[in-house]
Ligand binder design. Structure first.
Ligand SMILES: [Zn+2]
Ligand SMILES: [Zn+2]
Length: 235
């Protein structure tokens, strides 16, 4: 406790949402965020993205693309103030913000955990040179914290990621998907691992999560779910 107070004095805690210094002993975020852009219903039965009307079952992307995952549980829409915050985890080394985000993921998942029977949490892998440069993989940080809260084992070495052969920005959507798919590989699945929850920070087109899900299914996993901090609007 004394040690924590001392650390607080040296490095005052900042609000993960707005980056302002927070008073001691307050919650995980400051009191200014009465409304955060949580994903609301109606949402896509596959990826969990908000959709316009509830007579649609799936969003456009899930309707037209093959999906090897069963269901996604994204927490926030990828808009401000969450957008800047989650980017600062990545680019300004604010990995402590993952305490708040993993808690929010857990809150979203909690009502479903009995039903889903998840045996393993697996972070979306990062190309190892990139991880070395950044010092951490934000998906792995989130996955470990989420695993702690939910009491589920985290496996960071089942999926691995090689270098994407062509820079993503030079490719169209289909080529991007193939590029990612070729970069992701899967190692041996431990006995008894049937249902897994993939964890990532941001879901945009779904190509990365889909590539991971496809590899896991081909290696013998039965059911793949995912959770992300945010989800882009997509189509
Ligand atoms: Zn704040
Ligand atoms: Zn969808």
């Amino acid at each position: 406790m004394i040690k924590e107070m001392f650390v607080d004095l040296l490095y005052p805690r900042r609000c993960p949402v707005c980056d302002e210094v927070m008073a001691q002993g307050t919650g995980l975020i400051c009191g200014r965020h009465k409304e955060l852009p949580y994903v609301k219903v109606p949402c896509c039965m596959r990826c969990g993205k908000e959709i316009e009307n509830d007579y649609q079952e799936y969003c456009h992307d899930c309707f037209v693309h093959e999906r090897h995952f069963i269901r996604g549980f994204p927490v926030f829409n990828y808009i401000e103030p969450i957008k800047s915050s989650i980017l600062s985890v990545k680019y300004h080394n604010k990995r402590e913000y993952c305490d708040f985000y993993s808690r929010e993921m857990a809150k979203k998942l909690m009502p479903y955990m009995g039903l889903l029977k998840v045996d393993a949490i697996i972070p979306v892998p990062m190309y190892s040179h990139k991880k070395k440069a950044r010092g951490f993989n934000q998906a792995e940080v989130l996955a470990k914290k989420l695993g702690n809260i939910l009491g589920i084992a985290v496996y960071s070495d089942i999926l691995t990621r090689g270098r994407e052969t062509t820079p993503q920005k030079e490719l169209d959507n289909l080529e991007r998907a193939n590029n990612i798919k070729n970069a992701i590989s899967v190692n041996k699945i431990p006995d008894g691992m049937k249902n897994v929850m993939i964890v990532d920070d941001i879901y945009t087109t779904g190509a990365t999560i889909e590539a991971c899900a496809k590899r896991l299914i081909s290696a013998g996993v039965e059911k793949v779910y995912f959770t992300t901090v945010c989800i882009g609007k997509g189509r």
